[in-house]
Write a protein that binds this ligand. Structure first.
Ligand SMILES: [Zn+2]
Length: 127
């Protein structure tokens, strides 16, 4: 299914669901904002959103890596090489996210390539 940017209504629906779960927790970081200054409220809310965003990104990258093939054609020599997962940290707008990026190494051509990146580039849709 092609990527479709979420609509403002969809984002609002998701936010409402997350907030409904959060409001059920008596001790979440913003449960008692009366004792907090505006800056503390703003920074805490932003930190919570960043943590959620980083987790969503990590889970999406993991799902993407799970779908990567076991072998991929090298873009240079056109031979099939085994795809492994290389642990790396991606710096996102919401902080560092650990992932296992699918990567292949052509033994004869000594070429490193990333099948997921090339697949994503061909499927990329403007945001
Ligand atoms: Zn190659």
């Amino acid at each position: 299914m092609p990527f479709a940017k979420p609509s403002p209504e969809e984002l609002e629906r998701v936010a409402n669901e997350v907030l409904a779960v959060l409001r059920k927790q008596e001790n979440h970081p913003l449960a008692r904002p009366q004792a907090m200054a505006f800056l503390q409220i703003e920074r805490t809310a932003h930190a919570m959103a960043m943590a959620i965003s980083a987790r969503l990104t990590a889970e999406a990258l993991a799902a993407h890596a799970d779908e990567a093939p076991d072998h991929a054609l090298c873009p240079n020599c056109r031979q099939s090489w085994r795809v492994t997962r290389k642990k790396r940290t991606v710096l996102t707008a919401d902080g560092p996210v650990a992932c296992h990026e699918p990567a292949a190494h052509g033994i004869e051509c000594r070429c490193d390539f990333f099948p997921s990146a090339s697949a994503m580039a061909t499927q990329r849709t403007p945001v």
